[in-house]
Each structure stands twice: as structure tokens, then as C-alpha cells.
Design a protein around this ligand. Structure first.
Ligand code: TXA
Ligand code: MG
Length: 600
């Protein structure tokens, strides 16, 4: 269905804005589309009793109408309005797992229009455990039909920033509830018969279902040609990044962490234990080497065939630290790492998967090597999404364009004797707003001006990269949704998959030039790490060092000063982006000079 821009902007409602949530709920009940957080992924909701409103979801999503939607509720008493029969099996699962990350398929009632169920006589019911979701759904006072809030063919959104990137101006409002706890969509279980049939694995695992059902759950098998799919969504390929995704195996003897669902307490521990390599015994060390080896083996193999390839890693902290410890300049300069938590932590890996894929794809890597798991519980849901992302299953929904990205201007490989890599790091405080913006602007500039070569040896080509980090960042935090939206609008650049990274010695070492937003930040870095002082500047001192002097209206020398736009209006954001863009455009030739490279 053709998408139409419907609003000047989509309202972004904070989760503590009670009036804003009430207003969004009122508009949803009146026929508008509103995105809301849940503990699995964000949903794109409409009044389930209103067939015209429901059609609006398909339009906003660009999704074929033959894929049924789930009805979301705030209270179990609403189930009776949606279904015509609750089987004893359904009752058991409702009692055991609702509210929580499960969708139960039952026979639908006449009140639910066929637009919701795509003509099926069954309907999926889900009661999220997320507190903001519950408050919003209660305020709606009607069941809310909602698929995941991504554009068809994109990964399910796990933050408001990801939703806004896909939906801004197409829907009335988006409620920002922070990062989704699980990060993978709910378990879908058909409970219309005596035997539970798992149509989509999720955080409520087969094992958990077995504890309450007298019959062992069945899994919906893979489809043969001509079969009518039980969960119609199964026939379509879900998000597949532009990069080629490959799954790296986890050695069998490693004991997985958090591979189960423990009732209603659905917190994900995002604290990462940094491994203490020195305190480890030989067996533990060998285990880490076994986790790391498939990554290193595959990176070397890829680079042997394609020396310019860029490789994204979706891996645990142990793998990241070991790769940094190896200090292999070639590997370091060709990889982008998205770290989800501890290597064996399945819940952390599930939590970060969609955000990680979005992020690595945005970094324009050619390959994504992702940690695989072989466990049963939650590993199954994780591997199900990962194998879909690797293009293993399904077809692209009719009418959906194949994912593509603008062609990158490749360095003419045979043109050069050798190639070299250079990178710039932008540092601010929390790495969620201004430094990601600098990174985005810089990447835009870099791509627009490529290719490059060394200034003092013109036979050597150079690839140039930019990244960002924050001195006080909480690693993994999502970027500011307003900044993402303005970057998308002004540069066409996606930052929603960005995850904050804490600036540390390893990232200082991996970069050739470090530019901070403010003078104090450059000062504190050089104070802590005097040995890198020659490559650390604030934007102002870098400009001054290159003879660029700014004067204010009184003719006095002024520093580059960019206030934090958060909490300000859209115009302030636009000004911020255009100011940072203007600065970087001005400084770009000097940055090249500092790095010893030039445009070819
Ligand atoms: O966690 C979730 O389930 C999220 C959040 C927003 O609740 N929602 C979600 O919705 O993932 P969606 O539409 O992206 O996926 C729902 C899946 C689809 O594969 C769909 O085919 C299946 O559930 N489904 C929905 N109703 C069904 C029905 N009556 N019979 C069989 N499958 C159904
Ligand atoms: Mg979906």
C-alpha cells in the first residue's frame, strides 16, 4: 500500500508525560495510529474495533494486508471482547504467562473486524508487562491492534529513535519508553486446540510452556510450496541487513547464561562483567579462545579474498577485548564491533540483536559475523531471528523493494600499491546527541569526497572512517530520538541504530585523530593519557591550530560553542545540525592534512 505523509511531525511523548499519554490514547481510540513501547519491541497501534483505523497501520508500515495483527490489552477482562472461545489450554497459558512476552491465538469474536485478522477466524491476544505499555493501553479503553512498529522489511524497533526513523510524519504519536527489555518479538502460540503450537519462538520458551501444558508443545514446521502458513507472517522474510550475515558457532562446552524465562521478572541485566584474564585458569582461557577463534578465522579468510572488506562483529565483551588485545592493525581497521554484553549471555544477545543489526548495517559493513548459540530455551528465539537475518528463510513480501544502500564509491584497488586506513573519533559527554551527530556529518562528508590516498606516497590509497564516543557515556544507550529524526531529514542519514560507546584507551588508540566538542573534554583526555596528546584537540583548538580564528560580534576571539539541543524545539535541533555541518565542512581539508591524506 502506498505510504502517505500525514503530519508535519509525529509527537514524541515521554513515558512520564501523563497528559501526553492520555492525549495519544484518546487519538488512538478516535482512529489515529500511535506507536508504543512494550517489553518485546515497539508496536504500531490502532483501535482494533475500527477497520478504517486498522487499514492505516498497513499503510504506515507499507505492509501487505494478508498478515494478521495482534490485539493488545491492558487487562485480562478485555479478552472476552476479542475472542469467542477460551480453550482450557489457552486459559492455562493466560494464567501462567500474561502479562508477558506471549501472544495467544484463539477463535475471534464478531467484534474484531476481518482487517485485523487478515480474514482468519482466529486472533492473537497479547497483554504486555511493560509498565508504560500498560498505562497507555489502559487509557485507550479499546483493544489495540498492533504489529511491530518498523517499516516492512526493517528490523523491529527496540527504541523510540528506531520508530521515529521509520514512522516520523506517518503516524500521530510515538510514546518513548526507552529500550525494549527483551528486544525480540513475543512467542506466538496457537491455543485453539488441545496441543499448544508454537508459531514463533520467543522469550516464553517451549520449556516454560511445557511446565503448564499437559501436552508437549509442537512447533509449526517450515512451509512447503502451496501450504497455507499457520502464522502468515512466517512466509515473509523478515529483516535482512544489506550486509551478508554469518553465524559464528559457540563451542558446546560453554555454559550459556540467561537462556531461560523466569516468570514475570523480565529484567535484562545490561551490566557487563569485564573478564579478568589474569585470574582465569587454563580451561577458562581455552574456552574464550574457542569462542574467539571462529571470528578471527573468518575475518582473515574474508580479508584474504577482499582486502577492502569491512566486517561488523556482533559479539560479547570477551571477544571484543581479546581482539583489541591482539592489536592486529589490519583486523582492527577493518572491523566494527557491536558488543551486546557477556559472550554467553543469551538474554543480552537477544536484547541487542535488532539494534546491533541496524547499527552495523548503518556502518556500511559488507559482512556481519554474529555470535550463534546452540541452546534450547531463549537461544531458539534468538537463532530464529538471526537465521532470518542471514537470509536463510522466506521470501520478500510482495511489493517490497529489496533492501539496498547507496553505492559506496569503492577505491580502485588495482590503482594502488597498497591501502591504509585512517580514522577520526568524535568525543562528547554521553555520546547520544552531539558526537553521534558529528559522526554522521563526518561520514557523509567522507563518502561524498572519496576516494583518498596518502599525501606523501600517492601510490598508497587510504580509507577514512569516523566514529564517536562519550567520556561519561553509558555504553549501549540509545541516541536522542529528536537528533535522529533531524539527521534523517537533513542528511538522509540513519543514526537510530547507534549505541553509545564509552571512550576508553582502546578506542583512543584505534583512532588517528580525536576531536572533542568542548575544550575541557580534550583537556581531561590529554591529562589522563599524556602519550596521545598530539592527536587530541577540541574543535576550537583544532581550528586555532590551523590558523582559523573566530570572532564574536564585538570582534573578540570566540570558541566554537554548540549548546546541547535536548529539551529545545525542532528549530534548535536543525540549527545545531547545520552549525556542526558547517564547522566540519570548514575543518575537513585540515582534518585530511592532519591525517596525512588527500583526495585522489
Ligand atoms: O512482541 C510482539 O509480538 C510485537 C509487539 C508489538 O507486541 N508484535 C509483533 O507483531 O511482533 P507482528 O505483526 O510484527 O508479528 C505478529 C506475528 C506475525 O507473524 C503474524 O503472522 C502472527 O503473529 N499472527 C498474528 N495473528 C495471527 C493469527 N490469528 N494466526 C496466526 N498467526 C498470527
Ligand atoms: Mg514484525
Amino acid at each position: 500500500m502506498e505510504r502517505r505523509i500525514k503530519y508535519d511531525k509525529t509527537l514524541l511523548v515521554r513515558s512520564d508525560d501523563t497528559e501526553g499519554i492520555k492525549d495519544a490514547a484518546k487519538h488512538l481510540a478516535g482512529g489515529e495510529i500511535v506507536a508504543f513501547p512494550t517489553e518485546t519491541v515497539y508496536g504500531l497501534g490502532a483501535n482494533a474495533f475500527d477497520s478504517e483505523a486498522v487499514k492505516g497501520i498497513f499503510e504506515a508500515k507499507g505492509r501487505p494486508g494478508d498478515n494478521p495483527l495482534i490485539c493488545h490489552i491492558a487487562d485480562k477482562s478485555q479478552i472476552e471482547d476479542i475472542v469467542s472461545e477460551i480453550t482450557p489450554l489457552a486459559r492455562k497459558l493466560i494464567d501462567a504467562f500474561m502479562p508477558g512476552p506471549i501472544t495467544i491465538i484463539m477463535k475471534k469474536s464478531d467484534r474484531i473486524p476481518s482487517e485485523v485478522t487478515a480474514g482468519l477466524d482466529t486472533v492473537g491476544v497479547r497483554m504486555p508487562s511493560d509498565e508504560t505499555a500498560n498505562r497507555f493501553l489502559a487509557a485507550c479503553k479499546v483493544p489495540v491492534a498492533a504489529p511491530s512498529a518498523n517499516l516492512s522489511g526493517s528490523p523491529s524497533p527496540t527504541s523510540a529513535a528506531s520508530v521515529m526513523e521509520d514512522m516520523d510524519r506517518y503516524i500521530y504519536a510515538c510514546i518513548d519508553g526507552g529500550d525494549s527489555t527483551f528486544g525480540l518479538e513475543s512467542t506466538v502460540v496457537d491455543c485453539t486446540g488441545d496441543v499448544p503450537v508454537i508459531l514463533r519462538p520467543g522469550a516464553v520458551t517451549e520449556e516454560a510452556i511445557r511446565t503448564v501444558s499437559s501436552e508437549s508443545p509442537e512447533e509449526a514446521g517450515s512451509l512447503k510450496a502451496g501450504d497455507v502458513p499457520k502464522a502468515p507472517g512466517m512466509k515473509y522474510r523478515h529483516y535482512a541487513p544489506v550486509a551478508q550475515v554469518e553465524i559464528m558457532s559457540m563451542p558446546d562446552k560453554v555454559k550459556l547464561i540467561n537462556d531461560d524465562f523466569e516468570g514475570y521478572d523480565v529484567t535484562v541485566n545490561t551490566d557487563v562483567t569485564k573478564p579478568d584474564f589474569k585470574a582465569m585458569d587454563d580451561d577458562a582461557k581455552q574456552e574464550l579462545v574457542d569462542i574467539l577463534s571462529p571470528f578471527i578465522f573468518r575475518i582473515r579468510q574474508i580479508l584474504k579474498d577482499k582486502p577492502l572488506a569491512r566486517i561488523g562483529l556482533y559479539c560479547g565483551i570477551e571477544v571484543k577485548l581479546l581482539i583489541e588485545k591482539m592489536d592486529d592493525k589490519i583486523i582492527l581497521s577493518h572491523t566494527e564491533i557491536f558488543c551486546y554484553g557477556n559472550s554467553a549471555d543469551v538474554r543480552a544477545a537477544s536484547h541487542g540483536l535488532f539494534a546491533g543489526l541496524r547499527h552495523l548495517d548503518m556502518q556500511e559493513v559488507d559482512y556481519i559475523l554474529a555470535q550463534g548459540f546452540s541452546g534450547a530455551g531463549l537461544s531458539k528465539a534468538y537463532m530464529n531471528r538471526l537465521s532470518k537475518a542471514s537470509g536463510g528463510m522466506g521470501q520478500i513480501a510482495p511489493g517490497m523493494p529489496k533492501p539496498s544502500r547507496p553505492a559506496r564509491r569503492e577505491l580502485p584497488l588495482d590503482h594502488f600499491r597498497d591501502t591504509y586506513t585512517s580514522s577520526v573519533l568524535f568525543v562528547c559527554d554521553d555520546n547520544t546527541c552531539l558526537s553521534p551527530c558529528l559522526e554522521a556529518v563526518m561520514r557523509n562528508l567522507i563518502n561524498g569526497q572519496a576516494p583518498y590516498r596518502l599525501r606523501d606516497d600517492k601510490d598508497i590509497g587510504c580509507e577514512l572512517y569516523a566514529e564517536s564516543a562519550g567520556i561519561n557515556a553509558s555504553t549501549g544507550a540509545s541516541p536522542d530520538p529528536d537528533m535522529c529524526r533531524v539527521l534523517k531529514d537533513t542528511l538522509g542519514y540513519s543514526m537510530s541504530g547507534h549505541k553509545a560507546m564509552r571512550a576508553d584507551p582502546a578506542c583512543y588508540d584505534a583512532n588517528d585523530l580525536i576531536l572533542t566538542l568542548r575544550d575541557e573534554q580534550a583537556f581531561s583526555i590529554t591529562k589522563a593519557f599524556p602519550r596521545i596528546k598530539d592527536k587530541v584537540f577540541s574543535l576550537s583548538t583544532f581550528a586555532a591550530a590551523n590558523g582559523i580564528i573566530f570572532r564574536n560580534e564585538d570582534g573578540k576571539i570566540a570558541a566554537i560553542s554548540i549548546p546541547d539541543p535536548r529539551g529545545e524545539n525542532e528549530k534548535t535541533y536543525e540549527h545545531t545540525v547545520s552549525a556542526l555541518k558547517a564547522w566540519l565542512e570548514l575543518l575537513f581539508p585540515y582534518i585530511l592534512k592532519q591525517l596525512g591524506i588527500e583526495r585522489c
